[in-house]
Design a protein around this ligand. Sequence first.
Ligand code: PHE
Length: 346
Amino acid sequence: MLENLDKIRSKFSEELKAIDSNDKLEKLRVAFLGKKGLVTEELKNIKNLANDVKKVAGKELNILKNEIEAAIAQYQKTLEEMEYQKEIDNAEVYDYSIPSEKPVGTLHPISIVQKQIEDIFKTMGFVIEDGLEIQTEYNNFEAVNIPKNHPARDMQDTYYLENGQILKTHTSAAQNTIMKKYGAPNPGETLKVLFPGRCFRNENLDASHENTFFQLEGMMIGEDISISNLIYFMRVLLTEVFERDVKVRLRPGYFPFVEPGFELDINCEICGGDGCTTCKNTGWIELLPCGMIHPNVLSMGGIDPEKYTGFAFGLGLTRLAMMKYNIKDIRLFNGGNLKQLKQFVK
Ligand code: PHE
């Protein structure tokens, strides 16, 4: 009996060496440990043995069984490693330092304009911040002075997520977080931040409305910030982007988070002011809502409104790109038509 076990042991080791797949390993397991496997048969035979050898044989058989089980488990790992090694050996080798022959990707027109504005504002001392796309209702509304049930919430038809959070409807959703992050500026200094981002509203799509669009918001806070600062920065922005003087008009505008609030419109670059579908036949495009930050918003951001003032503007980045590149239909931006999008590469 014990001789038999030794034979089984060496037969197993011999056969294991030749195994090169999980299937074969499974067959081997069945051949030794399966219902009619060699080890199982020996176990069945124990009952026929004389009482004095039964105990020893049982013990030895168990040892053998455990050995085989362990060897199979171990071999499974070896097979996995062999599999990885095969993948590595067969993988295509790339040399990332070789210059590409095909043209590489191009920047999206919105990214081009965004980068251009970021560069302008960086030279004027602004820092660039990212805002989250998924926001709390607090950040998107309450913190910018739009409490629950305030009718101004209806101005922005909002996508709500199941967990109660929302897709941000405007870049202003980052104002509170940014104020808390930087705090009030040191005496004699100002806080200047630019925060571009993708926004979402439930819009009916047409030539000038998209449910997914980009805004670029800016904020400047200090001890003596006034509307003149606001107008100055807006002028610089538009002159630089259009590389010439653009006709603008400022009219009062209502946003709960600014007081006073304005709408800065630019002359429609598509029709030159005559009226077209993009400007809804008015000759003007609403581009730059702005105003002096409401004292409530400053105090919710932890900045003392008795001591500090500031302005904020929320540039419609998508609309600006339309004006700059004479794009008549806003749907082109998210349309994914590379042929159209590539035209704007600089
Ligand atoms: N968040 C406003 C909107 O999307 C725009 C805005 C920003 C207005 C900053 C004033 C100041 O409608």
